[in-house]
Design a protein around this ligand. Structure first.
Ligand SMILES: [Zn+2]
Length: 377
């Protein structure tokens, strides 16, 4: 989806020495209180930011302009001349370099306000990677419902009702012929629903299919899905054809989360086994930094809440852990203190690598919560 493109562009963005303001908000307005919280959060951080004095006049002018624009945005939110309907909202600003990005998101963010040399991308990267929509298919022999679910709730529903003949008491040949007749009707019904799904998947090729219904019905239905679609199918037995919307959304979320955890575990296994064999993988902070610095990271695998002191060269982007040295060992430029987790995500994305931010995993924790699959040694 769009987030991927924006994420890549933001990762490559550089305003030179100009500061970039990144704001993430939880705009899932459950009540008036939630709205007040967001407004208070913004007010506090904007006020603190107004107290910053930057050395360069150009940088100061850019920051002042960004803060003025954010204050105006906040005022619109306060007076409701602007309605935010998305559950999450992110803003990135760097006036001097012409950057102003507003991103509504399908899930709430944690409130975050940062001013740094680069956009803060961790939350966006996590959303990009975890964001999956699903088509929930509830099917039986006569009817089906296809519900499009995103993390925030249900988007749409399509119902199918087939005219499958009822069951009558008959015997002998007549019954056999009759049963075949019923089976044909069921197959036609399943094929119709499957064709509809295939068309949906052409519009959204990354959606998951969550299939619910009696086991033998699911098995019959799956025969009408092409082989290419089969890996996208997740099974959910625990949904009734007449389940209410809230239940469908809840089960979809559970199935997607479980699947996400399984994928994460598979990635960690792949990472550790490759690293153990001396293959295209590294684990641990130092090794991962070395790989990120030399552009060898294909996929960064990191605990999503990893934080560690580090530094980034303001001239060449070289990363290091702990306190900044006097000069960058790669180019002699000036290093600045950064959070290493955030800096690694940004660096890997900027060099067209992928990022997988995972829930804490004890096996990866043994290697400081970070590792990477490599493009080459
Ligand atoms: Zn450098």
């Amino acid at each position: 989806m769009e987030i991927t493109k924006e994420l890549r562009e933001l990762a490559k963005f550089s305003g030179g020495t100009l500061p970039v303001v990144s704001v993430y908000l939880d705009t899932q307005w459950r009540d008036q209180h939630q709205r007040e919280q967001v407004l208070t959060f913004l007010t506090r951080h904007l006020r603190q930011a107004r107290l910053l004095t930057l050395e360069q006049a150009e940088a100061q002018a850019s920051l002042d302009a960004d803060l003025a624009r954010l204050e105006a945005w906040q005022e619109k939110l306060r007076h409701r001349t602007l309605e935010v309907t998305a559950p999450g909202y992110a803003l990135f600003a760097c006036n001097g370099a012409g950057l102003w990005v507003e991103l509504p998101a399908p899930v709430p963010f944690e409130n975050e306000f940062t001013i740094a040399e680069r956009p803060a991308l961790r939350q966006l990267a996590r959303l990009d990677e975890d964001y999956t929509n699903a088509l929930v298919v509830l099917v039986d022999s006569r009817a089906a419902r296809v519900c499009e679910v995103v993390l925030g709730g249900l988007l749409s529903e399509t119902a199918f009702n087939a005219e499958v003949p009822g069951r009558h008491k008959q015997g002998g040949w007549a019954q056999m012929r009759y049963q075949r007749h019923v089976k044909d009707h069921i197959d036609r019904h399943h094929k119709e629903v499957a064709d509809y799904l295939i068309a949906c998947l052409q519009r959204q090729p990354h959606a998951r299919l969550i299939l619910a219904g009696p086991e033998e019905v699911r098995a019959n239905f799956r025969r009408f899905l092409p082989p290419a679609v089969q890996p996208q199918v997740l099974e959910a037995a625990s949904l009734d054809l007449h389940a209410p919307e809230t239940r469908i959304v809840e089960v979809a979320r559970q199935v997607l989360e479980r699947h996400e955890r399984e994928e994460e575990q598979a990635t960690v296994e792949l990472l550790l086994s490759r690293a153990a064999r001396g293959g295209l993988a590294v684990v641990g902070r130092q090794e991962t930094l070395a790989a990120a610095n030399t552009g060898r990271v294909h996929k960064l695998v990191m605990h999503r809440d990893l934080r560690h002191p580090g530094w980034r060269c303001t001239a060449c982007g070289w990363l290091g852990e702990e306190a900044p040295p006097a000069a960058c060992p790669a180019c002699g430029g000036t290093p600045a203190a950064v959070d290493l987790g955030e800096a690694l995500v940004a660096r890997v994305l900027a060099l067209d690598g992928e990022v997988e931010l995972i829930a804490p995993d004890p096996r990866l924790a043994a290697y400081e919560g970070v590792g990477a699959l490599l493009r080459y040694k």
